[in-house]
Design a protein around this ligand. Structure first.
Ligand SMILES: Nc1ncnc2c1ncn2[C@@H]1O[C@H](COP(=O)(O)OP(=O)(O)OP(=O)(O)O)[C@@H](O)[C@H]1O
Length: 599
């Protein structure tokens, strides 16, 4: 702790003005007798404005405040996985144990356990006197059965390795290495270190994102792909199924680590997340998903400004695991509530409101947050990534409001949830007209090489068909179905087949909850095949009703939840059934042929 102490002059909600000469901008401060946590956000001469993360009720001018000498930082080391932290990285379980359900203010708690011992195996290929720097591997501990945790030299340390601990059990505070730094100072290294949350962690090189983040959800992977290291947003009006979608991503995404930041969402929603996440099973290992998951949850008794910190706490932990060589996905729910915190602080600071009360720097703050996503070569030379997915909760579902519209310009993948689709129980309720992905061309290279060279063609054709059907549906609404030609009716029927047989996917269906990329492609090609074969028959003069009554349409809709991703042979068999049935009709109508029409 630094020696800087001062007296409170004024209190304005979560903002407290303190006479604190010599303090730095961004420095952490303990305020009042309770020692409330805060951070300097403005300096005017000797007076500092502190943003306090706990309720300032009953705080009085004249009480003391003291600066801690460091900015808001997080503890990074083994023991993070499986934890639930509050917005300033205090472990919720310990808070509850200390102060019960009603969280006392000013609690000072270690983020990581000081008692737990970790089995450290040193890097035997690292002789003493070697020159080490940020990213050098010192050893490893097994953090959870699913996650091995390399212990690396922190980014801000460089010098000669003087000592390295032997294999054994260590607490995170015990010294496991000593480094003589360039300036001659000897720096002890432990299993953990601290890092300021507002400073992005360094990496060796920023690379292009090239591999899709596969979620097992067809509308996401096939239609609006996101890449590992990419930036995505999920704007969702109230009740559109956002929580379920986030859980599906957390559960099925092919990422190593999942970080969920519940930032100011309604209490009951947060409770839902806190209760369900620990019960989820990791489909890849069959073990608890929490072994590779971390939750940051703002508790309801923390004021709005604490939301601001939680997003940075989450993303800094995400970058840390990236630096260990992992692909990390972070879901921030919701960036709208975070923006509300910015608005409140700006208002109290008397800054000029620009858009709907938001400060002028809203867009640049959002951009700076998403900028921390990326695929990189780490300081250790590994390829790793942080994928950021920001949920947005536009008031009244209005996507033109400032947070949604700025987010739309920043992110590359936009999964727009629709209240109408949710009301119609079409889940995931992602609107294919309002959603977009700027990663399609990059994703295409992966899909074409790994799964099917026709991926892009099929995807685009399906979207075109859906858009055409939407147009026709408007005509039907105006003048009735009689106005449509046979081929137009078949477009409507085929689009419904794609909607129900491909886009709709139930998170609660044991089989359909996850869909492998191979199954995604097969289902899509099957539906398009039916569309094409039907079209060819209509052009030969076969009545559309004959096709509409085909039992194979209903069978095709059910395929997704009938056959698992491991039963692709059954889907291939169905392809054969489609061919046979269409051939039968041809024979029936005298267009006898044994040839089949391929997509
Ligand atoms: N992918 C899905 N598959 C099946 N059912 C779903 C899916 N998404 C949502 N639902 C249904 O909708 C209900 C509400 O979903 P969810 O809890 O995610 O939405 P919400 O929390 O009301 O919405 P939001 O988080 O947008 O405010 C779920 O209980 C479930 O019945």
């Amino acid at each position: 702790m630094s020696d800087i102490k001062g007296e409170i002059i004024a209190i304005n909600g979560p903002l407290v003005t303190v006479q604190l000469p010599g303090v730095h901008n961004g420095e952490q401060v303990r305020v009042g007798q309770l020692g409330l946590m805060g951070e300097v956000i403005r300096l005017a001469g000797e007076q500092a404005t502190i943003q306090v993360y706990e309720s300032t009720e009953s705080l009085c001018p004249g009480e003391m405040a003291s600066a801690l000498g460091h900015p808001l930082s997080v503890e990074l080391g083994p023991g993070l996985m499986g934890q639930i932290f509050d917005g300033v990285q205090r472990p919720l379980n310990t808070i509850v144990a200390r102060s019960g359900d009603y969280i006392a203010r000013g609690l000072i708690l270690d983020s990581l356990s000081r008692e737990q011992k970790w089995n450290f195996s040193p890097n035997n290929r690292l002789p003493l006197q070697t020159r080490v720097s940020g990213g050098t591997l010192l050893g490893k501990v097994q953090e959870t059965p699913s996650i091995s945790h390399p212990i690396l030299v922190p980014p801000d340390c460089e010098g000669e390795l003087l000592e390295l601990a032997h294999a054994g059990e260590y607490t995170i505070e015990q010294i496991i290495a000593q480094v003589k730094q360039v300036n001659g100072e000897i720096k002890p290294l432990r299993l953990f270190h601290r890092w300021p949350v507002r400073t992005p962690r360094p990496y060796f090189n920023r690379d292009h994102a090239v591999v899709p983040l596969l979620t097992g959800q067809r509308i996401l992977d096939t239609f609006f792909p996101l890449l590992k290291g990419g930036k995505g947003a999920v704007p969702g009006p109230f009740g559109a199924g956002k929580t379920m979608l986030q859980q599906q991503i957390a559960r099925w995404a092919n990422a190593d680590i999942v970080i969920y930041v519940g930032c100011g969402e309604r209490g009951n929603e947060l409770v839902d997340i806190l209760e369900t996440f620990p019960t989820l099973t990791d489909p890849h290992t069959g073990r608890s998903l929490m072994e590779r998951t971390l939750l940051v949850a703002n508790t309801s008794n923390m004021p709005v400004v604490a939301r601001e910190a939680s997003i940075y706490v989450g993303v800094t932990i995400a970058e840390y695991y990236r630096d260990l060589g992992y692909d990390v996905v972070m879901v921030a729910d919701s960036t709208s509530r975070w923006a509300e915190a910015l608005r409140e602080v700006a208002g109290r600071l008397g800054q000029m409101p620009v858009e709907e009360g938001h400060p002028a720097y809203l867009a640049s703050r959002l951009a700076a947050f998403y900028e921390r996503a990326g695929r990189v070569t780490t300081l250790s030379g590994q390829k790793a990534s942080v994928t950021l997915i920001g949920a947005v909760s536009p008031p009244g579902g209005d996507f033109s409001e400032p947070v949604t519209s700025h987010t739309k310009e920043i992110v590359q993948t936009f999964w727009a949830l629709s209240k109408e689709l949710a009301d119609a129980r079409h889940y995931p309720s992602i609107d294919w007209n309002d959603s977009f992905s700027a990663y399609v061309n990059i994703a295409q290279q992966w899909w074409a090489k790994q799964i099917d060279p026709h991926w892009l063609e099929y995807r685009n054709e399906a979207l075109k068909l859906l858009a055409h059907a939407d147009e026709l549906a408007r005509i039907v609404n105006l003048v009735g179905p009689e106005a449509l030609s046979a081929t137009q009716q078949w477009v409507l029927i085929s689009a419904a087949l794609i909607r129900e047989g491909v886009l709709q996917q139930s998170a609660v269906d044991e089989i359909d909850s996850f869909c492998s990329p191979e199954k995604q492609m097969l289902l899509l090609s099957l539906m398009l095949n039916i569309y094409h074969q039907g079209m060819a028959l209509l052009e030969s003069g076969i009545p559309v009703q004959q096709l509409a009554d085909l039992p194979l349409l209903a069978q095709a809709r059910r395929l997704k939840s009938q056959f698992r991703s491991t039963e692709l042979d059954k889907l291939h068999q169905f392809e054969q059934t489609v061919r046979t049935q269409f051939n039968k009709i041809r024979v029936e109508y005298g267009y006898e042929t044994t040839e089949t029409v391929a997509v």
